[in-house]
Design a protein around this ligand. Structure first.
Ligand code: ADP
Ligand code: MG
Length: 661
């Protein structure tokens, strides 16, 4: 038998399997776009074409004169497949062009689609005519049977594909893709050229060169599918992730098929000496001889693969450790998720740690296609890693890499947590030192100013009392006195701020909060009246012994109530109310002033933050500090109604009653 026949057999087997492989991959694809669906149908057409040719060839080899029904069956599918190939090729490229935004308008897309399908529709009558052929099937030159118009259309479609590849190449985002499209474009050009030469020249040679040329054409037709293989492996073209195990499976099937047909051939040759069953059995067991060497090859391959996978996984860990050293756990987690997904070509990766106490219930759509890996250390479960692939399943090498990562991640996260804690401590220490310094400075300044200020005030007060003071001077002296009062109030605040809170054992200090509230209200009543603000003190409910020193409580309440008085306009209202329960005493200070904007709320506790022309910005900082020292808390609610108003809640811990013995 002519060697060309064997070559044809091999090419046809490959041509049947390759598109079939793609069909399987696409069926397993989770999110199919139009592109994948079109590609599926193109592969179906190719499988029909190659498979039917293979069937016909095998039948001819086997029977010599095959049953007509079988031939008709093969012929029908072959012609159908062939007829569908050109429009699908054009449509597929149109679709990809619109994915790549080379075709943007709907109209252009419709025009390109029409270009794909109108010629095909015009060729329909010819297709039916060809299908009706009863005998004399020309499997090797089926396109000639479909007529010269079809041949022209086939070449045009392939040239259109080459044109699109050229444009894809020009707009490709990176070198690898550029090369990929360049290769595809060249393939299409070569295919078109050979088809043309076959259609035109060979006629003049009486079909002498036809078998060879047709095999070349068939091989060229497989080129793009093989390129696609590599494209997918190299840069995740089609976004299906690497599918190396599928590739191996297809290769295995391909070799097995070839070997089987060899067995059949060989048993035919040996027919004169051996019954076919015996030779077939012998040949089927022949590979056993190769087991030993084969095993060695496979072992080496496996070792290399494992080594390279471990290397890859270790390289994966390098940047993760780098980020871990920055000491930000949430950043590390985000980075890990993005990085692992990118490197292992996964659709999505999610990390979750049980320990960190922030176990959020993140939405996990498509839980079925996600695979969960446990992150453990010394047998203890720390969390989980969920990976979602683009395809139906995660391939073997990715699986192994993920398992390796799960072993390494706890180390990286531990490192990150330690560094985070260290950084946090350092920050706190620096902050405390800064505040201590500010406090000392404030204390010494205010202390040094307070005494002379006191003397000035006394002298002025004495002067005021003297009847000789002229009226004009009296008024001015009064103003000076008021300024001095304001000044000493500020100095007081500075002193309060710099004075360290008295740290006394739990519950050692206590005061009657109702009484302190009343004192503060009385003290500030004058200021309120001056601004024509109504200050209302509501009746407290029951007993209210708070676990806080009287002075501290006074500092807290006076600052908050004064802020409220200062905030409201003429005729505004401030309401103070104390409510006690068994666990907590709460003072509510409400006003109907302009409220505190959300942005300011984050800052009001900072020392020296103020929006007032003559403010110190220390009031709420003092409140916050005193409350923290006593174990109390503060809540700010603003606005309270109609976009205005502020309500400040001060929660004081209550004195724990000793059980009477
Ligand atoms: P100061 O009163 O010296 O400005 P504070 O620390 O007491 O400093 O207050 C900080 C800022 O918080 C004030 O400048 C003001 O903008 C805002 N603020 C505090 N209480 C109120 C309130 N009741 N209504 C509106 N704004 C307030
Ligand atoms: Mg204030």
């Amino acid at each position: 038998m002519h060697w060309l026949l064997y070559l044809r057999l091999i090419v046809l087997t490959a041509g049947t399997l390759l598109p079939f492989f793609w069909m399987v991959v696409i069926l397993g694809h989770r999110r199919q776009r139009n592109f994948e669906r079109l590609f599926f149908f193109l592969c179906l057409a190719l499988t029909c074409f190659f498979g039917s040719s293979l069937l016909a060839l095998n039948a001819t080899l086997f029977y010599g004169a095959p049953p007509p029904a079988l031939l008709r069956f093969a012929w029908t599918f072959l012609c159908l497949g062939l007829w569908f190939i050109p429009p699908l090729v054009v449509q597929l490229h149109t679709e990809y062009a619109s994915v790549r935004e080379l075709i943007s308008s709907r109209r252009a897309k419709i025009q390109w689609s029409l270009l794909a399908w109108v010629p095909a529709a015009l060729l329909l009558p010819r297709l039916f005519a060809t299908l009706e052929v009863r005998a004399n099937f020309q499997f090797e030159t089926s396109s000639r049977q479909l007529g010269i118009a079809f041949q022209a259309w086939l070449i045009t479609a392939i040239l259109i594909a080459a044109y699109w590849q050229r444009r894809f190449r020009k707009t490709a985002p990176d070198e690898a893709q550029k090369e990929f499209h360049k290769g595809l474009g060249l393939d299409f050009l070569a295919l078109a050229f050979f088809l043309l030469s076959m259609f035109l020249w060979v006629r003049n040679f009486n079909g002498e060169h036809e078998p060879g040329l047709s095999v070349i054409v068939l091989m060229l037709a497989l080129g793009p599918l093989v390129k696609l293989f590599r494209g997918v492996q190299r840069f995740n073209f089609l976004q299906i992730g690497r599918q190396r195990n599928l590739v191996y499976a297809v290769l295995g099937v391909f070799l097995a098929l070839l070997y089987l047909s060899l067995v059949r051939r060989a048993s035919l040759w040996l027919d004169p000496y051996l019954p076919p069953e015996a030779s077939a059995a012998l040949l089927l067991f022949l590979p056993v001889v190769f087991f030993e060497p084969l095993q060695r090859v496979i072992r080496r391959l496996l070792r290399q693969t494992a080594q390279s996978e471990v290397d890859r996984a270790q390289k994966l860990m390098l940047p993760i450790n780098e980020v871990a050293r920055l000491g930000d756990q949430s950043k590390l987690r985000k980075f890990c998720e993005g990085w692992i997904a990118e490197q292992l070509q996964l659709a999505k990766v999610e990390l979750e740690f049980d320990l960190s106490g922030e176990r959020q219930d993140r939405k996990t759509e498509d839980a079925r296609s996600a695979q969960s890996f446990e992150i453990r250390r010394a047998g203890e479960r720390l969390g989980s890693l969920r990976a979602q692939s683009f395809g139906a399943m995660i391939s073997g090498e990715t699986y192994a890499a993920l398992e390796f990562l799960c072993e390494q991640l706890p180390g990286a996260f531990d490192l990150c947590r330690l560094i985070e804690e260290k950084l946090q401590l350092e920050r706190e220490l620096a902050e405390r030192e800064r505040l201590a310094l500010v406090g000392q400075m404030a204390a010494s300044i205010s202390h040094n100013l307070k005494n002379p200020l006191g003397s000035i005030k006394t002298i002025l007060q004495v002067q005021m009392e003297s009847p000789e003071l002229p009226a004009s001077l009296r008024q001015e002296t009064q103003m000076v006195l008021e300024e001095i009062n304001r000044l000493s109030a500020r100095l007081n605040q500075l002193l309060q701020f710099s004075r360290p809170g008295l740290r006394v054992g739990n519950g050692a200090q206590s005061c009657n909060l109702a009484q302190v509230t009343e004192t503060v209200a009385n003290m500030l009543r004058h200021a309120a009246d001056e601004r024509r603000v109504s200050l209302e003190l509501r009746e407290a409910n029951g007993e209210s012994r708070a676990a806080i020193g009287e002075e501290a409580a006074n500092d807290i309440l006076s600052n908050v109530v004064l802020n409220a008085i200062e905030a409201v306009e003429d005729g505004g209202h401030v309401r103070v109310q104390l409510r006690s329960s068994e666990k907590v005493c709460t003072v509510y200070v409400e006003d109907d002033g302009p409220g505190i904007s959300a942005a300011d709320q984050a800052k009001v506790l900072q020392p020296f933050f103020t929006t007032k022309a003559r403010g110190t910005g220390l009031g709420l900082a003092i409140v916050d500090r005193r409350l923290q020292e006593a174990g109390g808390t503060m809540e700010i609610k603003s606005p309270t109604g109609g976009g205005r108003g502020t309500e400040i809640r001060l929660n004081f811990p209550v004195v724990v009653k000793e059980p009477a013995e």
